[in-house]
Design a protein around this ligand. Sequence first.
Ligand code: ATP
Ligand code: MG
Length: 378
Amino acid sequence: MSIRILIADDIEETRSLLKQVLTLEDDEFEVVGEAGDGEEVLKLCRKLNPDVILMDINMPKMNGLEATEEIMRTYPDANVIIMSVQNDTEYLRTAMEAGAKGYILKPINHEEVSELIKKTHSKGMNRKKSQPKEDLKDAKILSFYSFKGGVGKSVIALNTSVIMAEKLNHKVLLIDLDLHFGDISLLTNKHTEKNVLDLVDDDMTDSYEAMKNYFYNYCKNLDVLYAPLSPEGADYVSKDIVNRIISTAKQHYDYIVIDTGVNFHEHTLFALDSSDKIFFISSMEMTSIKNSKLGLGVMKSLNYEDDKVEIIINLTSEKFGISKKDIEKVFDRKVSYYIQEELKPIRFSVNRGQALALDSKGKMSRFYKTLLKLCKEL
Ligand SMILES: Nc1ncnc2c1ncn2[C@@H]1O[C@H](COP(=O)(O)OP(=O)(O)OP(=O)(O)O)[C@@H](O)[C@H]1O
Ligand SMILES: [Mg+2]
């Protein structure tokens, strides 16, 4: 296998000359990318995951030392070789402290650079071999779905994720797959964080290393992938991309929680198909119950087993003239969880933009206690 190299130098001529000498005379090398400034190096590094980065120091936007520091923060295994014109030991010491694995002085001698690349790469491989490997996981996928809007899907998906992560110590990724009208950024007060559309625009779906920069770490053990900020954005997120994100992320989390939209778009169907468990949510209102009955019929026609689909009745109250018994009779199914209507703590957390499950008062609510029970029973 060839050594994949990324060349970073602001002078185009230097880059193409280097590329020529590296690739023409040695088929062990493949130049996979070229960057003209420090910011571009970071971007290409995430996208291409190169084996070796040849890094110039004086570059616009972000110099080579800063870029090296930044790369090492995210990819401590990266093999950066600094190219410098300055034979200044102090300068090179700074580069090595920033995490560079080697350096070479300009003008660059072909044999010297070839040898250094091979040596640095092979040392890197040995380092990797001696490191304990991250155990690949196989996340369980939990989707929250409803056949009528406004029944509490998003609030429940968010708080379930927080409890699973923060309280029960599972590694969780929450995906806001309500691509047209996603509310998780509102519920967590994070409109300015990156979302799935940025991930698609930057074409960062090739690896977990690339995509994880678009997951926002909301609290201990919980990452969130937000939905686009406006409905048009949904058109650019295809089912294939959703598939790639889920199948890649599956290896790095214990649970992937999906908040779906009220629709039958292909990505929603894909999420439902991929789920180990679908929490089908209805409220205690007749219209919602009627739609949910239809929805459960659709679940059946999709050949989902009964134990894959669990019913949650949210906004439960004795005051509405419908009893739990009535509901189970209509569904001809047992309801797994009834969640009490509790305006005060939920409104407060929604308006504040902070998950109720992160708040000491919120943890006293019956809403929290029911979701904790649900999480423990998974
Ligand atoms: N158990 C509850 N008690 C009181 N209010 C609740 C409860 N559950 C949800 N709500 C309220 O209902 C509103 C709708 O909740 P949420 O946005 O989670 O629903 P949704 O099903 O995701 O809606 P959409 O279809 O718009 O995505 C929220 O503003 C929240 O305040
Ligand atoms: Mg919602």
